[in-house]
Design a protein around this ligand. Structure first.
Ligand code: SAH
Ligand code: DHB
Ligand code: MG
Length: 221
């Protein structure tokens, strides 16, 4: 459920602070037309990821969960000319749509799209010496969040930032009795992050065009 006022406020914010962007509009339209679920980050959230990347001067970014590449494009645009986003996607159809969208956005040389389950492609990145990444955006299957956090720690350095999406889920994450694998995955991620002395973290609850959710922000120390 997304109250009208949340969407109206998101529209207000984007109209004033985000440049008009026909390419991103076309990317969302192409993703919808191809039958992808409407679960990309909102424009305001994508912009926030982009600003995080710029604030830390990120040159190498890892994204787990590409979908149609909407968030990937925000991140790619934060990079210097020699920067790179590696983005991991399990679904070949999503990856195909994302590839066309990267072409639309003119970022094919900046993005390294790996098709396969992230639990298989993450070790490959390590073996290839792709680490360390300056920023990791975790946004794939939520039951695997604990694994993705562990891998993020292996693939980062002190000063790197890890952002994990959808960690509030309308407040259902507080339910310790939940049998929903998504909720259990998010709760394990919180427990791992909180218990790790290498991580300084918080989570911020958000409302907006994408409903009531939130993101975790973790700094590797
Ligand atoms: N980051 C995107 C949204 C990602 S939606 C954006 O904001 O624009 C989550 C994506 O994770 C989906 O495309 C789904 O196919 C993918 N996914 C699910 N399980 C996965 C897995 N095991 N490995 C890699 N990707 C996975
Ligand atoms: C879902 C996944 C997401 O990454 C998201 O931002 C919203 C919803 C989902 O699987 O329902
Ligand atoms: Mg998400």
């Amino acid at each position: 459920m997304t109250p009208t006022v949340w969407t109206e406020m998101d529209d207000y914010i984007c109209a004033r602070l985000l440049p008009a962007d026909p390419v991103l509009d076309a990317v969302l339209a192409a993703s919808a037309k191809a039958g992808l679920p409407a679960i990309a980050v909102s424009a305001a959230q994508g912009r926030m990821l982009q600003l995080f990347a710029r604030m830390i001067g990120a040159r190498r970014i890892l994204e787990i969960g590409t979908l149609g590449g909407y968030s990937t494009i925000f991140l790619a645009r934060a990079l210097p000319p020699d920067g790179r986003v590696v983005t991991l996607e399990a679904d070949p159809h999503h990856a195909e749509v994302a590839r066309a969208n990267f072409h639309r956005a003119g970022i094919t040389d900046t993005v390294d799209l790996r098709v396969g389950r992230a639990i298989d492609t993450l070790p490959q990145l390590q073996a290839e010496g792709q680490a360390p990444f300056d920023l990791v955006f975790i946004d794939a299957d939520k039951p695997s969040n604990p694994d993705y956090l562990e891998w993020s720690l292996r693939l980062t350095r002190p000063g790197s930032v890890i952002v994990c999406d959808n960690v509030v889920r309308e407040g259902r994450v507080t339910n310790a009795e939940s049998t929903d694998a998504n909720i259990i995955g998010v709760r394990r991620m919180f427990d791992l992050a909180g218990a790790n002395p290498r991580l300084a973290g918080t989570a911020v609850q958000t409302v907006g065009a994408k409903g009531y959710d939130g993101f975790a922000l973790l700094l590797v120390e």
